[in-house]
Design a binder for this molecule. Structure first.
Ligand code: DGY
Length: 323
């Protein structure tokens, strides 16, 4: 019997490929990343399964090219790159990988927060550039304490809630804003206080973004918001770059409208060396590595494969969006 076809826009761990090869006829894109759209569309023409990554745009027109497509399994928790409404209409299952990357992403958010407030990466640059000429004096090269400072968590879901645990261990005050307030018992156990978005913005020393990118959150953080933040505040973003208006952020950082930022995500990735963010000292940049630990990436691969197999068998993926 002919094996069903599955296309991967990038390779995965050996164990994952082994499982897939036993069941399906697989093809893996190996050229330019992300795969060019025209190539993607021609490659998925007769496949039933697609494994993709957050930078692969799977929109309506792309899905229309894949007449036999039954399941899209993305190697990510974010699924804003997939037109999930259209997938639902076409009865194409969509699987994603939440939960397993919660700790890794919360850790990365807290690393950026620590780094930007204690100027670790800046110090690293000073040493590597041969600019460490003397022992710093009493008020030279000072950072900020975290103890007693206020962190504002925008989006108290899995990752936001886990970040709250990190912040609690550092004796920070924790504010949060969500579309829906969480239960009193959750608030108590995490030691968090619900506030309006306006209060979160104006009262926090650190604001960390943990909401998905949607029409409502697109460019939500813009100059209007930066001007309402404390001048001493820092913005941390490990969610999606498009939630922040990057042009406005660059101006805000340059003019010290806010103190600094720690960014793992950008409006368009990868960013170029010519991006003005790379010339700013008051920003820490990471190359979208929120989920990037050995352990987490293995767990993500397992779920991605499991979701795909379920979808290929006309079943709902373990973690599924919509249909
Ligand atoms: C995700 O999984 O969506 C994270 O952004 C890591 O890619």
């Amino acid at each position: 019997m002919m094996k069903k076809k599955v296309f991967l826009t990038r390779t995965l761990h050996g164990f994952a490929l082994k499982t897939l090869k036993e069941k399906y006829q697989i093809e893996i894109h190996s050229g330019k990343i992300p795969i060019p759209l025209t190539k993607l569309r021609s490659k998925i023409r007769d496949v039933e399964g697609l494994i993709c990554f957050p930078y692969d745009i799977i929109n309506k027109d792309t899905m229309e090219c894949a007449k036999n497509l039954k399941v899209i399994s993305t190697y990510s928790v974010g699924f804003d790159h997939i037109d999930t409404e259209h997938a639902k209409k076409k009865k194409i299952r969509v699987g994603y990988t939440p939960e397993v990357l919660t700790d890794a992403t919360a850790d990365l958010a807290f690393s950026l927060l620590l780094d930007i407030s204690r100027r670790v990466s800046e110090g690293d640059r000073i040493i590597r550039d041969g600019r460490w000429k003397e022992i710093f004096g009493a008020s030279d090269y000072v950072g900020n304490d975290l103890q007693g400072k206020t962190i504002g968590i925008f989006g108290l879901g899995r990752i936001g809630g886990t970040l709250a645990k990190r912040a609690k261990a550092f004796d920070m005050k924790i504010l949060y804003h969500n579309r829906k307030r969480v239960s009193k018992s959750k608030e108590k156990s995490l030691n968090v206080k619900y506030v309006s978005f306006e209060k979160l913005i104006s009262q926090s020393d650190f604001i960390s973004i943990h909401v998905p990118h949607t029409k409502e959150t697109d460019h939500l953080f813009n100059m209007k918001i930066f001007k309402k933040m404390k001048k001493s505040a820092f913005l941390i973003n490990t969610s999606r770059g498009k939630i922040v208006n990057e042009k406005d952020l660059i101006i805000a950082l340059n003019k010290k409208i806010i103190s600094g930022a720690g960014l793992d995500v950008f409006e368009s990735e990868p960013i170029k060396k010519s991006n003005p963010l790379t010339n700013l000292q008051n920003v820490v940049l990471a190359p979208h590595i929120g989920s990037s630990t050995k352990e987490t990436r293995i767990k993500m691969a397992k779920i991605t494969v499991k979701n795909l197999i379920l979808g290929m068998n006309q079943k709902k993926p373990t973690y599924s969006v919509g249909y």
